[in-house]
Design a protein around this ligand. Structure first.
Ligand code: FES
Length: 249
């Protein structure tokens, strides 16, 4: 079980490994004296990475002691951010974005595909401990919605088919393609192949509006229009005396 529920079974203690303790001290040293609590987020991240991708209460207490704040300060931060798991999770933590842009682009279908393929509901882990499924709010990749985050990587431009393939490949330990699953270059229009090139194809789904002649006349994809092409006054306005300074023609 994951989600925002704190694990019932908690380890009694937590200690950073010598290597991570060194890293923790280096992180704390980045902040001015008296402001050590600013290191809380990176320290929680460090603890989570050391602890199989979840943060125990003992780990939170250790961090609180290191930065000299009351324990509650670390609990309230760790329980607020979904990036911190409060209970053990599977090897692959599948976080499905369900906020409006992803929802409009089909996150319901992605959720359904994940549940069916993995045989689990939200906030559950597969029996083999490989996958945990959770839903999260916008992860800032709306431009290539719908998307999921799995561990540290984003997978975008998803549909039922490529989501299922992705899960099968992960389950089989195969190498997977990170990012767009349709070969999109960053957040460029579908089919865009490089600077100065025009999209190979456009569709109603594409954010590139090829129907506007004015939009394509002077501005190539990937370029900002030269200033003089946008703001040059017409001959009519040039000759206008109404707005010209006195004496100027
Ligand atoms: S709504 Fe899904 S990444 Fe923004």
């Amino acid at each position: 079980m994951s989600g925002r529920v704190v694990a019932q079974e908690q380890p009694k203690s937590f200690a950073f490994t010598p290597e991570n303790l060194k890293k923790a001290k280096a992180i704390i040293a980045k902040y001015p004296k008296g402001r050590e609590q600013s290191a809380m987020l990176p320290l929680l991240d460090l603890a989570q990475r050391q602890n199989d991708n979840w943060v125990s209460i003992a780990a939170m207490n250790t961090i609180a002691d290191l930065i000299n704040v009351p324990y509650i300060r670390v609990y309230e931060v760790a329980t607020f951010y979904t990036m911190f798991n409060l209970a053990p999770v599977g090897k692959y933590l599948v976080q499905v974005c369900r906020t409006t842009p992803c929802w409009l682009r089909g996150s319901d279908k992605i959720t359904k595909t994940c549940k069916k393929k993995l045989g689990i509901e939200m906030n559950e882990t597969t029996a083999d401990g490989k996958f945990t499924l959770v839903e999260v709010e916008c992860m800032g990749a709306c431009v290539n919605a719908p998307m999921v985050q799995i561990n540290d990587d984003y997978y975008e431009d998803l549909d039922e088919k490529n989501m299922e393939t992705l899960l099968s490949q992960l389950a089989a330990g195969k190498k997977v393609t990170v990012g767009s699953q349709i070969g999109r270059q960053t957040s460029a229009p579908e089919g865009y192949k490089g600077k100065g090139a025009t999209p190979a194809k456009t569709s109603a789904k594409s954010s590139f509006d090829a129907s506007s002649k004015d939009a394509t006349k002077k501005v190539k994809v990937g370029m900002t229009p030269p200033r003089n092409e946008v703001t040059q006054p017409t001959s009519k306005t040039k000759g206008s005396t109404k707005s010209s300074p006195k004496g100027k023609k």
